[in-house]
Ligand binder design. Structure first.
Ligand code: GLN
Ligand code: ZN
Length: 768
C-alpha cells in the first residue's frame, strides 16, 4: 500500500506567493526574485510532503494551472499575440497579461475570462479556442522543468497535469462552426511531446486529472477520454498513468473508465463513498487496475475519522490486496488551508475546536498514519488510532457542537414558516401604502465606500487601540454622512452603508454561535486573491441582534425608508467551511432561522425594507443536473424561512451578483422576494430575458451601471438602459440601482454616479 498526494497549496505558509506577486506587479522585485520565491515555495512543499510515497510536481502555479496550459501550448487569444508584438512583452509579462489584462498609454487589452473551478471557490482562466487553433510547444515546458527541479532537490515526484479532455471542455469557442473537442487530435500531439520529455528525464509515472468526468455523462466526453488514454497507453507503454476525477463519482462514466488501459484510477471517496462498491463489484474491474482511494477530504477542514477510513481501506484490501492500493486526498489540497499549527496562542480560533481540524499539512500526516495503522495487527490499540478517536469523540459529544434547542427548532419547522402571510399582489398594495415610493424607485445595494479611514478605525478597534464607544461613534458619523448624502441627491430607499462590516459573511459569522475563524487559514480564490472562510463547527444560533443598532440608527435619522441589510443563509453556507457531520441543508436551515430572527428584530426596530443578499445562490448548484432540484428546493426554502417572519407591509429585497438565471428562474421566483436586484449592466440586459420570458411577477432592479470600474456613468446611457429595460419588464415592476455594493469604490465617483443615476431616473419618470 502506498500513499500519494497530487496537489499541495501553492500560496506559501505565510502567503509568500501573494506578497511576491504584488511586489512583482508593482515593479518592486524583478522576475528573477519572483522565480526564486516560487522555487522556494515548491521546495518547502516537497519537504513538507516527503513522508509520502508519491508527491506531486507541477501543482505549483504563479497564477492558475489552466493558464499554465494555455501558455505551455501557446494557444493564446489573438488579441494577446498582437499585444505581445506591439509591446514587446517578455514571457512573464505576457503570462500575467493573459490573467490580468494589460493597460498602458498605447494598449488596452482585457484579461481572459475567469470562472469557477467546478463547484469550488477557486477560479481558473477560461481557454479561448478558434477553429484554427493550433497547439505548439516552443519554450521550456513547465511540468518538465518542475519535475527536473524536484529531482535536483532530491525528490522523485509524480508529475500532475490537467488532462486534454478537461482542458478543452472547460474552454470556450470564439468563432463558430466547430466544437472545441474537434481540436483534440492536434492537442494530443503536444501532450505527447510533454510525455516524451518527462520520460527522457526519468519520470516513470504521471497523473492526469479529468474532473470533467464528474459532470453529467456525455457521449462526446466519453469518446474523447477513450481515445486519449488508449493513445497514451499505446504510445507510452512504459509510463504508469493515473486517471483522476474528483468532486463526484464517475457515475455514468464508470463503464468507460474501467475499460481504459491505465495503471491507476483515482476516486473521490469523500464526495462519493458508495462508488467503491460499484467498482469492486463491476464486471469490467480488471485485476491489474490500481485504485487511489481519496479518503481524506481535500476540500474541508475536519480531522479524518480513522475508524471510518480503516473500515473502507480494509474492505478494499480484502478484495484486491494491499499492493494495488494508494491512499490519497479526495482532490488536490489546493482547496485546504495549509497548516493548523500556524494557529498559535494569538489565533482567533476556538481552542476547543482546533484539535478537530486538519489542514493540508495534517492531511499529509493522516495519510501516513493510516498507512501505518493498516499495516498493524492491532490497529485499534495503536496510539495513533487512540489519539485520533479521542478528538473525533470529543467533537461528536461536545456541547459546543450540540444545541438541542436549535435542533428542536429545525425539526419543528413547518410550511407556515416559509410562507409570507399573503401573496405578492396583496403585499404590494400594503407596501405601497407603507412606503409611498414613486415610479422607478431608486436604491443602492448596501455598502458604500470603505475608505482608508473606515478600515483604519476598524483595525484600531480590533487591536484595542480605541474603545468600543469611540469606534461606535465613528461608525455612527459615517452612517449620518451617508444618510445625509443620499437624502441630498434624492434616493428613495436609503442604505446605512455597511461601514461596520469587514466582510459580508465574516461579519455575521463572528456574531453567531457555531462559527470559528482562523488567523492563517487562507485558501486561494484566484491568482493572488485568497479567502479565509469561517468554519461552521456547531449548531448555529443567534443570541443577540447583529445589525439592529446600525440600521435603527440610520432609520432614526430620516423620514425615508432605510433598507436593513443582511447576508442570506445560502451565501453564508456557501462561503464557509461547513460541518461534515450533518447534511448541508440542515446547517443552512439553522442559519436561516438565525437570519429570520434578525429580520423580525429589524422590523420591530422600525425598518420597513429589509434586504437579504444571496449572491452565492447559483454557486451552490451541484455538478450534475439530476441533483439540482433537491438543492434548489432546500435553498429556496432556507431563504423563505429567513424572509417570511415579517408582516405583509414589510418589503423584502434580495440581491444576486452576476449569475445566469434562465435555468433557475422558477426557483428565483419561488423565493418570492418582493424585490430582487441583479448585476446586469455588463450583460446588455440579456439577463433580464429570463425574467421577462417567465413573466416574473415581483419587482426587479437590474443593475444600471457597472460598479467594478471608477467611470461615472452618463445620464444618457442610464436613461437608455431604463428605456430598454422597460421593453422587457413593465415599468411598474422596475427599480433603479447600481449593479452591486459600492465598498470598493471611492466617494468621488460614488457620489457622481449615484447622483447621475437619480437624475436619469427622474428624466425617465417624465418621459416614459
Ligand atoms: N450588500 C452587499 C454590499 O453591498 C452585497 C455584496 C454582494 O453582492 N456581494 O456590499
Ligand atoms: Zn452583488
Amino acid at each position: 500500500m502506498k500513499t500519494r498526494n497530487f496537489g499541495f497549496p501553492r500560496i506559501g505558509a505565510k502567503r509568500e506567493l501573494k506578497k511576491a506577486l504584488e511586489q512583482f506587479w508593482a515593479k518592486e522585485i524583478d522576475a528573477a526574485k519572483l522565480i526564486e520565491i516560487g522555487k522556494d515555495i515548491r521546495k518547502k512543499n516537497w519537504e513538507a510532503q516527503s513522508i509520502l510515497d508519491d508527491i506531486p510536481s507541477n501543482d505549483f502555479s504563479f497564477y492558475d494551472q489552466i493558464l499554465d496550459l494555455i501558455y505551455t501550448f501557446d494557444c493564446l487569444p489573438k488579441r494577446f499575440r498582437q499585444l505581445q508584438q506591439k509591446e514587446n512583452l517578455n514571457d512573464l509579462e505576457l503570462y500575467f497579461a493573459l490573467a490580468r489584462g494589460f493597460q498602458n498609454e498605447t494598449s488596452d487589452v482585457k484579461a481572459m475570462e475567469m470562472t469557477k473551478w467546478f463547484d469550488t471557490n477557486y477560479h481558473f482562466i477560461v481557454p479561448e479556442f478558434y477553429k484554427n487553433t493550433q497547439f505548439s510547444i516552443s519554450k521550456p515546458i513547465k511540468i518538465v522543468e518542475e519535475y527536473k527541479e524536484a529531482k535536483v532537490s532530491g525528490f522523485e515526484t509524480l508529475p500532475t497535469i490537467i488532462g486534454p479532455v478537461t482542458f478543452l471542455w472547460l474552454g470556450k469557442e470564439i468563432d463558430k462552426g466547430f466544437h472545441r473537442l474537434d481540436l483534440l487530435d492536434d492537442l494530443l500531439a503536444s501532450y505527447s511531446v510533454i510525455l516524451d520529455q518527462l520520460l527522457e528525464h526519468g519520470a516513470s509515472k504521471i497523473q492526469f486529472d479529468e474532473p470533467c468526468l464528474a459532470l453529467d455523462e456525455n457521449p462526446l466526453i466519453q469518446e474523447c477520454i477513450k481515445k486519449v488514454y488508449q493513445h497514451f497507453a499505446k504510445e507510452f507503454p512504459q509510463l504508469d498513468i493515473t486517471l483522476g476525477n474528483y468532486f463526484d463519482c464517475y457515475g455514468g462514466n464508470l463503464t468507460t473508465v474501467l475499460q481504459l488501459p491505465i495503471h491507476t484510477l483515482h476516486l473521490d471517496l469523500v464526495r462519493c463513498g458508495e462508488q467503491i462498491n460499484d467498482i469492486l463489484n463491476h464486471e469490467l474491474f480488471n485485476e491489474n487496475l490500481h485504485l487511489s482511494l481519496g479518503i481524506i477530504d481535500g476540500r474541508n477542514v475536519w480531522k479524518n475519522d480513522f475508524r471510518k477510513s480503516l473500515e473502507v481501506i480494509k474492505k478494499v484490501e480484502a478484495s484486491i490486496g494491499s499492493d494495488r492500493i494508494l491512499l490519497s486526498p479526495s482532490c488536490s489540497l489546493l482547496h485546504s488551508p495549509i497548516d493548523i499549527n500556524l494557529e498559535d496562542e494569538q489565533s482567533k480560533i476556538h481552542p476547543e475546536v482546533k484539535p478537530w481540524l486538519s489542514f493540508a499539512q495534517q492531511k499529509i500526516e493522516e495519510l501516513e498514519q493510516l498507512k501505518v495503522l493498516v499495516a498493524e495487527k492491532e490497529p485499534y490499540q495503536h496510539p495513533l488510532y487512540v489519539s485520533n478517536q479521542i478528538d473525533i469523540q470529543s467533537r461528536i459529544t461536545s456541547e459546543l457542537v450540540n444545541n438541542l434547542k436549535v435542533q428542536e427548532r429545525v425539526k419543528n419547522l413547518s410550511a407556515k414558516e416559509s410562507q409570507r402571510a399573503s401573496d405578492f399582489k396583496s403585499r404590494k398594495v400594503q407596501q405601497a401604502v407603507a412606503l409611498q415610493l414613486p415610479l422607478l424607485p431608486t436604491t443602492s445595494i448596501g455598502s458604500l465606500p470603505q475608505t482608508k479611514e473606515v478600515r483604519k478605525n476598524r483595525s484600531l478597534f480590533k487591536r484595542g487601540k480605541i474603545t468600543h464607544e469611540q469606534y461606535s461613534d465613528f461608525i455612527k458619523n459615517e452612517i449620518k454622512d451617508a444618510i445625509r448624502f443620499q437624502e441630498s441627491i434624492d434616493v428613495d430607499v436609503l442604505v446605512h452603508g455597511e461601514f461596520e462590516r469587514n466582510d459580508m459573511v465574516e461579519f455575521f459569522g463572528e456574531q453567531l454561535d457555531g462559527f470559528t475563524f482562523t488567523s492563517h487559514g487562507w485558501v486561494q480564490s484566484f491568482g493572488s486573491r485568497y479567502v479565509k472562510p469561517p468554519i461552521i463547527y456547531g449548531d448555529v444560533h443567534r443570541s443577540e441582534a447583529m445589525t439592529v443598532k446600525e440600521s435603527a440608527y440610520a432609520q432614526s435619522l430620516t423620514e425615508r425608508p432605510v433598507k436593513g441589510m443582511l447576508t442570506g443563509p445560502v451565501t453564508i453556507l456557501q462561503w464557509s467551511f461547513v460541518r461534515d457531520d450533518q447534511p448541508r441543508h440542515k446547517t443552512c436551515k439553522q442559519i436561516s432561522l438565525a437570519i429570520r430572527d434578525e429580520v423580525i428584530d429589524l422590523e420591530k426596530a422600525g425598518l420597513k425594507v429589509i434586504q437579504i443578499d444571496e449572491p452565492a445562490f447559483r454557486e451552490g448548484l451541484p455538478l450534475r443536473k439530476g441533483e439540482w432540484q433537491s438543492y434548489l428546493d432546500w435553498a429556496v426554502d432556507s431563504f423563505k424561512i429567513s424572509s417570511s417572519g415579517v408582516k405583509d407591509g414589510t418589503q423584502i429585497h434580495t440581491h444576486m451578483c452576476y449569475s445566469k438565471f434562465n435555468d433557475i428562474i422558477k426557483s428565483i421566483a419561488a423565493m418570492d422576494a418582493d424585490v430582487i436586484t441583479i448585476e446586469c449592466s455588463r450583460s446588455q440586459l440579456h439577463l433580464l430575458n429570463a425574467f421577462s420570458n417567465f413573466k416574473y411577477p415581483n419587482e426587479i432592479g437590474p443593475g444600471i451601471y457597472d460598479i467594478h470600474s471608477p467611470n461615472v456613468p452618463s445620464v444618457y446611457d442610464m436613461l437608455d438602459f431604463i428605456n430598454k429595460a422597460k421593453i422587457k419588464i413593465p415599468l411598474e415592476q422596475l427599480w433603479v440601482n447600481p449593479d452591486c455594493g459600492l465598498k470598493t469604490r471611492g466617494w468621488t465617483e460614488t457620489k457622481a454616479s449615484l447622483e447621475a443615476m437619480v437624475n436619469a431616473t427622474k428624466k425617465a419618470r417624465e418621459l416614459f
